[in-house]
Design a protein around this ligand. Structure first.
Ligand SMILES: Nc1nc2c(ncn2[C@@H]2O[C@H](COP(=O)(O)OP(=O)(O)O)[C@@H](O)[C@H]2O)c(=O)[nH]1
Ligand SMILES: [Mg+2]
Length: 413
């Protein structure tokens, strides 16, 4: 007995192939469609597979003709033959079972693929999500940041609600707001002298911000203002860039001291006990000059617990640089970020993404070169208003995050 498997594209071709190879006596046992090729069943081609056998010619031919009687007396060969057929059946059944398992797996993969297709259909069906992603990208939010927001949309919105774009947008703006941390502004204290220090890269607006803070806290009409303000400039690079701040101090009639070393600073602090606010400007070259930064830190440490350090960062800085700056200045243990030059960019996603990740709060926002009007206490509302592409419902976010007015209004009206 000879078993065979024949495969072809069509049933007719398979049959012809079987006849050609195994003759007229070939018998078919199974006949099925199979998938061939492709990857995990994808792109597979359908083919026809025939399995069968050719009866043993010695028995078949002989028994039917010349040795008819003899053969009938020989039960053994016919038994062997039926055993063989049984075996063939078993083999084919086992094969079929394997095939069944394979088909099952194929079915599951197909199901998986269909699920995937459904997801992409869902994505296609909610242009709202695509639009949110696009706007967030335009605002320079990091991928990590907007992926999280989109995940949250998917999680919290029903398919029906997803159709309501204004609603989705309002929630997204609110969630971005939740990620922004705010540090409270300077408050005078009866008991002690406050030392407010600004560090940060060159050119971000530290000196300008010190002048603005001096002005709004010294001569603004806010009843909470400090009465005795002093400016100290620490210049451990000995760059002697004094004129800019000296001019401001002169106009505002605020005393100013220049300090180059730890001892200098100690002396100035000791002589300033009568002041209730000391604003400290620092001069640096490159934040990568770590030895100079270490020296600066040593000088600033002199102020000890009286002091709080804020790090100035320009809103125009790209996110990888913001990340570097946050790290380089980490030894200063700054409490908060002063965000400068907000007027120079419509994209604040970069800074918001990095700050959200680091958890650092923002204390002040500077949005122009004007001293003193272009500064305000940081507020979530102010930052959200700066987002580009979203229609911001100001009343709503003020209800959630608190109303904030421009400082110039608060101090100068
Ligand atoms: N557009 C804009 N320019 C600013 C702002 N703050 C400071 N500047 C300008 O940035 C430049 C550097 O400022 P400066 O205070 O000297 O930076 P510093 O090196 O950090 O002390 C100056 O031309 C400032 O007028 C701001 O909020 N917006
Ligand atoms: Mg400066």
């Amino acid at each position: 007995m000879q078993y065979f498997t024949v495969e072809a594209v069509t049933p007719r071709e398979a049959l012809e192939k079987m006849r050609r190879q195994y003759g007229e006596e070939a018998r078919i046992l199974t006949h099925k469609n199979v998938h061939r090729g492709g990857l995990l069943g994808f792109f597979a081609k359908d083919r026809v597979e025939i399995t069968g056998y050719v009866p043993n010619r010695a028995y078949a031919a002989d028994s039917s003709r010349t040795q008819g009687m003899k053969t009938s007396a020989f039960s053994k060969p016919s038994l062997t033959q039926s055993q063989a057929v049984e075996e063939a059946k078993k083999k084919i059944l086992a094969e079929a079972r394997r095939e069944q398992t394979f088909q099952q797996i194929l079915k599951e993969i197909k199901g998986l693929r269909e699920n995937l297709d459904i997801t992409s259909v869902e994505e296609k069906m909610s242009p709202g999500i695509a639009k949110i992603e696009e706007i967030m990208r335009q605002n320079d939010f990091s991928k990590e940041f907007y992926d999280e927001i989109i995940k949250r949309i998917r999680h919290e919105f029903s398919l029906e609600d997803l159709e309501n774009y204004p609603k989705v947008q309002n929630s997204v703006v609110e969630w971005i707001g939740e990620k922004i941390n705010i540090y409270p502004p300077l408050q005078p204290s009866d008991k002690e002298t406050k030392v407010f220090i600004i560090v940060g890269p060159t050119g971000v607006g530290k000196t300008t911000t010190i002048a603005k803070l001096a002005a709004i806290n010294r001569i603004g009409n806010n009843h909470l203002h400090f009465h005795r303000v002093k400016i100290v400039t620490i210049d451990n690079y000995r760059i002697a860039a004094r004129q800019q701040i000296e001019t401001y101090a002169e106009i505002m009639k605020i005393p100013i001291s220049f300090v180059e070393s730890r001892d200098d600073f100690k002396k100035v602090l000791a002589l300033s006990e009568d002041k209730d606010l000391i604003l400290v400007d620092t001069i640096g070259k490159s934040p990568r000059d770590l030895s100079k930064l270490a020296e600066m830190k040593e000088i600033l440490d002199t102020a000890g617990s009286m002091s709080e350090i804020h790090l100035a960062i320009s809103a125009t800085t790209k996110s990888s640089d913001v990340d570097d700056i946050l790290k380089n200045f980490e030894p200063f243990r700054y409490r908060a970020i002063i965000l400068t030059k907000l007027d120079e960019t419509l994209r604040i996603g970069n800074v918001v993404s990095v700050l959200a990740k680091s958890g650092k709060p923002i204390s002040y926002i500077a949005d122009g070169q004007g001293v003193p009007q272009d500064i305000e206490e940081a507020s979530v509302v102010r930052l959200l208003m700066n987002l580009d592409g979203f229609r911001i419902d100001r009343e709503r976010i003020e209800k959630i995050f608190g109303k904030k007015e421009k400082v110039s209004k608060k101090y100068w009206s």
